[in-house]
Write a protein that binds this ligand. Structure first.
Ligand code: NAD
Ligand code: MG
Length: 397
């Protein structure tokens, strides 16, 4: 029996994780569920999963949640705040941590799980983008197992040879990693209309049902940019090892190309329960509830290259990954601020990339030796991005 802590339980990945876990009561039991503010959803999940702990990261709602918990009669302990998140993620009873908080808020609890040597199912790509080398070194030092949940990285992991040595493509005869992406909802939108696109249009992804932030990132392809950086750290890759391929149907989730001409692809319906089940059971396989792929209905596979004018964020991320940790942390911070400003109607769709580009250019070269330095740098970059956004509003007046 494996004890699981689900960070970000009320989100899209969190809910899919609970769905898979509840299919296998003989294999998994839930130790803790965490959420930021959706108390009703969290209590509903607690009824189903009967966890030992619930954690509400937003302390301001604690009293309200405490009363709702008492009224519900559910027997579980309610904690709140940042330290409580790190505590449940590193508790000695926990075997597996699903890291599914969105954005930089996931960094500290995910690192806490890594430093406690847990099996970490990594959905929160932002934490790896922000802390790259420190994250990977901490996993090595503390014996944590990192299993990729992002569908592309999970696909690559499944297509790599079992004896793959971190960063050593040549000895396995690998010539390149093909990172696929759908191109999002604006793949065919005329370029001169992109600036008019609304949050509702950006969040309507053609194939995947996801949280708002990652949906906007998919529309700008910043998501693929973050995944490019994520792939470099997870598998020890160079920029030249990775090719980004547009595949609008989202059936192939990524591929590995070998020097003998073979290309291995991992396929399946676009449903995150597949990589989640793979990560949970690895190296075994369990039922995920995902419908089998029906080749009668998915006969049309197409591939293309991402256009730089349509997806400037993708190329900013590739440049940042070459520039180093200070740049990827700055880009991630700027992007979170810019996406939130877009979702709240403060800036237009095309201004997300402008904010990101300006912020990275202005926040130059800084050595980031530990997690505290990263957290500090992240704060400074967020404040710089806010200033850039405020300057746009002043110009517009
Ligand atoms: P979501 O917005 O649906 O859920 C986010 C979760 O994080 C919620 O439980 C929320 O309560 C919690 N949260 C939000 N702000 C928080 C804060 N400040 N402190 C603590 N907790 C906070 O997001 P999602 O789509 O489930 O994505 C989660 C992560 O998984 C992201 O990093 C995303 O990039 C990654 N991911 C998601 C998908 C997908 O299909 N949704 C696919 C691949 C990777
Ligand atoms: Mg992905």
């Amino acid at each position: 029996m494996q004890n699981i802590c689900i960070l970000g339980a009320t989100g899209s990945i969190g809910q899919s994780t609970i769905d898979v876990v509840l299919r296998h009561p003989d294999l998994y039991q839930v130790y803790a569920l965490t959420a930021h503010s959706q108390i009703d959803k969290l209590l509903e999940q607690a009824k189903l999963c009967q966890p030992k702990y619930l954690v509400l990261s937003n302390g301001a709602s604690y009293q309200h949640a405490k009363q709702a918990l008492l009224a519900s009669g559910i027997k579980t302990e309610l904690l709140s705040g940042a330290q409580a998140l790190a505590d449940v993620a590193s508790a000695h009873e926990v075997d597996v941590v699903m890291a599914a908080i969105v954005g930089g808020a996931g960094l500290l609890p995910t690192i806490a799980a890594v430093k406690a040597g847990k099996k970490v199912l990594l959905a929160n790509k932002e934490s790896l983008v922000m802390s790259g080398e420190l994250f990977i070194n901490a996993a090595k030092e503390h014996g944590a197992t990192i299993l990729p949940i992002d569908s592309e990285h999970n696909a690559i992991f499944q297509c790599l040879p079992h004896d793959y040595q971190y960063g050593d493509l040549a000895s396995c005869g690998i010539s390149s990693i093909l990172l696929t992406g759908s191109g999002g909802p604006f793949r065919e939108t005329p370029l001169n209309r992109l600036s008019e696109m609304t949050p509702a249009q950006a969040c309507a992804h053609p194939n995947w049902d996801m949280g708002q932030k990652i949906s906007v990132d998919s529309a700008t392809m910043m998501n693929k940019g973050l995944e490019f950086i994520e792939a470099r750290w997870l598998f020890g890759l160079q920029t030249s090892d990775i090719k980004v391929v547009l595949h609008p149907q989202s059936i192939i989730h990524s591929m590995v190309q070998y020097c003998d001409g073979s290309v291995l692809a991992q396929m399946g319906n676009p449903d995150m329960r597949t990589p989640i089940a793979h990560g949970l059971a690895f190296p075994k396989r369990i039922d995920s509830g995902v419908k089998p792929l029906d080749f009668q209905t998915v006969s049309n596979f197409s591939f293309d290259e991402p256009e730089p004018q349509r997806y400037p964020n993708l190329y900013l991320a590739i440049e940042a990954s070459d520039a180093g940790q200070y740049a990827t942390t700055a880009l991630n911070a700027a992007n979170e601020v810019a996406v939130a400003a877009f979702l709240s109607g403060q800036i237009g769709f095309s201004q997300i990339a402008q904010v990101n580009q300006q912020c990275v250019a202005q926040m130059q070269g800084c050595q980031l030796d530990d997690i505290n330095a990263i957290v500090e740098w992240d704060k400074e970059c967020r404040s710089q991005a806010q200033q850039i956004i405020s300057s746009y509003s002043r110009e517009a007046r």
